[in-house]
Design a binder for this molecule. Structure first.
Ligand code: HAS
Length: 561
């Protein structure tokens, strides 16, 4: 499809304003929590002025707000914009509002429970750590709200198919539907975990919980969750980035194949987070390991396809020789400031991807599991390509929907590069420390740098300090972004109506491949593989666990009866 200009009506403007501005406030609070983590671990502060001295409470706030709340809001807001724009259809605004309100109420409840110390369970909410029922209810509402948004797009898509028989679905819509198909399937096991295990247990209806089963159901959801984060960024890479770079998408077919592969392989991989757990047979871990390498394939295809697209753009802009094209890309072009968010994220993802493949390899995982290496890895993925793409697009959509100019464009443009420097320093410190055993998520009261702590290791200190330097730079760049974002919110409206135009890329090779036109066979293949990969895992867990655990709090070694 080609770019065009879409008029934005009032109700849509208000809704998108809410969906973009409120999560940005959550994000900024979450990033503050991240900074506090680094300072706390380095012994620079003993207590977070906002969250108090409880390390795990601050860590829970950081993970839930940044990884669950901000990302879900953004995926819905972006989906609303892409589906209505690319299909040229109006959203049903009643359902769009219902979805937004459910997400808002849910997020507010979960955040409040964390803040008052009733949900110190980290973003993975593993039992036997127990939260207040309202925390689980809040997360459920957040997810149900996102489902409602997806269900609201389905009739539009079906209508579009009826009216445009034989036409290829716009690639951006394929990407958004892939994101939410994966999300719809993956949220079922976590819904089972919450509704049938965590809620009755936290309400005191049952005394004990099967922690291993709950953990397995969590990772059934938890790995596809990372692709729920990544895929909206891929929509931007495939659909908008080549045009912003001044070129074309090298292969339309590659983009479609990549999205369909994610439907099939995103889900049956969860036990790679449980390689070190008992209760699951080694053969099933191996199977999930194979599928994990399969799910890295679409990202490798993406690396080559995007590199070819960028090379085409760079050469069109006058780049010569083997690498000359790289220097001709619009890294610092104020009119294409969104490009800087996408390219910086891509460069970070090269290292996020490599470290993911290290994690996926069983033997190497034994060395890095539960060490600071893992947060090093995920800050190069979810806090790299995902965060930057989401922030850049939030600002882009905000200015379009509110009909306001992006303020301080120079600062907006510099933010992703400052973040990149910060996240590389931070992740290097964490990963290097992780390789010599520096643990993740461990409170050595009050810090790893505390010589009185049983876990104190002098060789970790320099890596902790390096992560503080990275964390401070990352925070600085988010402060810059927040200033730009809110300056744009409060800027004077432009003349005329609000309109939306996505910089939609045209393909260089535009192959018509019939088996990539329909989601159905891919969804069926996904369900078959999920059943084959997860049935034996669940049977193993049920057979090798008996009874259950009473609740615990992370700060207190005694059970909470
Ligand atoms: Fe991961 C743990 C394996 C990708 C997020 N991961 C995590 C956790 C998170 C996370 C949050 O197998 C921690 C969970 C927790 O709290 O315990 N991960 C992988 C693998 C991939 C992967 C194989 N992860 C992600 C993405 C995430 C994410 C994406 C978020 C969005 N991960 C693991 C494993 C663990 C794990 C184990 C468990 C560890 C443990 O023991 O606890 C793959 O999908 C990665 C494939 C990616 C690539 C990179 C492609 C590169 C591209 C860039 C090209 C650049 C260009 C630029 C073109 C192969 C696309 C050119 C430049 C110019 C200048 C022109």
């Amino acid at each position: 499809m080609k770019s065009y200009v879409m008029k934005i009506d009032k109700s849509n403007r208000y809704l998108m304003g809410v969906l973009l501005i409120i999560p940005m406030i959550f994000l900024v609070l979450g990033v503050y929590g991240g900074l506090m983590q680094t300072l706390f671990r380095a012994g620079i502060i003993q207590s977070d002025p906002f969250m108090g001295p409880d390390y795990y409470k601050g860590l829970t706030m950081h993970g839930v707000l940044n990884a669950l709340v901000f990302t879900t809001f953004f995926a819905v807001a972006f989906g609303n914009a892409v589906v209505s724009y690319a299909l040229r259809m109006k959203l049903n605004m009643t359902w769009a509002w219902v979805s937004g309100i459910l997400m808002l109420v849910g997020s507010a409840l979960a955040t409040l429970m964390i803040y008052i110390g009733e949900a110190t369970v980290l973003y993975t909410f593993y039992p036997p750590l127990k939260a207040h029922p309202l925390f689980y209810i809040g997360l459920t509402l957040l997810v149900v709200g996102s489902w409602v948004a997806f269900w609201n797009w389905i009739p539009l898509y079906l209508k579009w198919r009826r009216e445009n028989p034989g036409e290829k679905t716009p690639l951006s819509v394929v990407g958004i539907f892939t994101t939410f198909i994966v999300w719809q399937i993956a949220t079922i096991p976590v819904a089972v975990e919450i509704l049938f295990m965590l809620l009755p247990w936290s309400m005191g209806l049952v005394n004990e919980i099967n922690a291993m089963l709950a953990r397995t159901l969590f990772w059934f959801f938890g790995h596809p969750l990372v692709y729920f984060w990544l895929l909206p960024a891929y929509v931007m890479y495939y659909s908008y980035m080549p045009k912003l770079a001044g070129g074309k998408l090298y292969s339309d077919m590659a983009g479609r194949l990549v999205f369909m592969m994610f439907i099939v392989f995103s889900i049956p991989v969860g036990t790679h987070h449980q390689y070190m757990d008992p209760a699951i047979g080694a053969q099933w871990k191996l199977l999930h390991g194979f599928f994990t390498f399969m799910v890295a394939l679409p990202s490798l295809i993406t690396a080559f396809t995007l590199a070819a697209s960028l090379e085409y753009a760079g050469r069109k802009r006058g780049g010569k020789g083997l690498f000359g094209w790289m220097f001709k890309l619009p890294y610092f072009d104020r009119d294409r400031w969104l490009f800087s968010y996408l390219i910086a994220g891509l460069v970070i993802f090269i290292f996020g991807g490599i470290s993911g493949i290290v994690n996926a390899s069983y033997q190497l995982n034994t060395a890095v599991h539960n060490t600071a290496w893992v947060p090093g890895h995920f800050h190069l993925t979810v806090a790299g390509p995902v965060l930057l793409a989401f922030m850049g697009m939030s600002l882009y959509l905000l200015s379009r929907y509110l009909n306001k100019p992006v303020k301080m464009k120079g600062w907006a443009l510099s933010m992703p590069y400052i973040w990149t420097i910060g996240v590389f320093i931070f992740s290097w410190g964490m990963m290097r420390g992780g390789l010599i055993g520096m643990p993740r998520r461990t409170n050595t009261g009050p810090s790893y740098a505390n010589q009185d702590s049983a876990l104190y290791q002098p060789e970790w200190i320099s890596y902790i300090d390096i992560s503080v330097v990275g964390g401070v730079i990352m925070t600085l760049s988010v402060v810059i972004f927040a200033v730009v974002f809110f300056a744009t919110v409060f800027a004077k409206q432009k003349e005329g109506e609000a309109t939306l135009e996505f910089p939609t890329t045209e393909p260089y090779h535009d192959e018509d491949v019939p088996w990539l036109k329909n989601f159905k066979p891919w969804v069926i293949a996904a369900i078959i593989i999920i059943v084959l990969a997860y049935t034996p895992v669940i049977i193993d867990v049920l057979q090798s666990t008996a009874g259950g655990s009473p609740p615990f709090s992370p700060e207190n070694p005694a059970p909470l009866r």
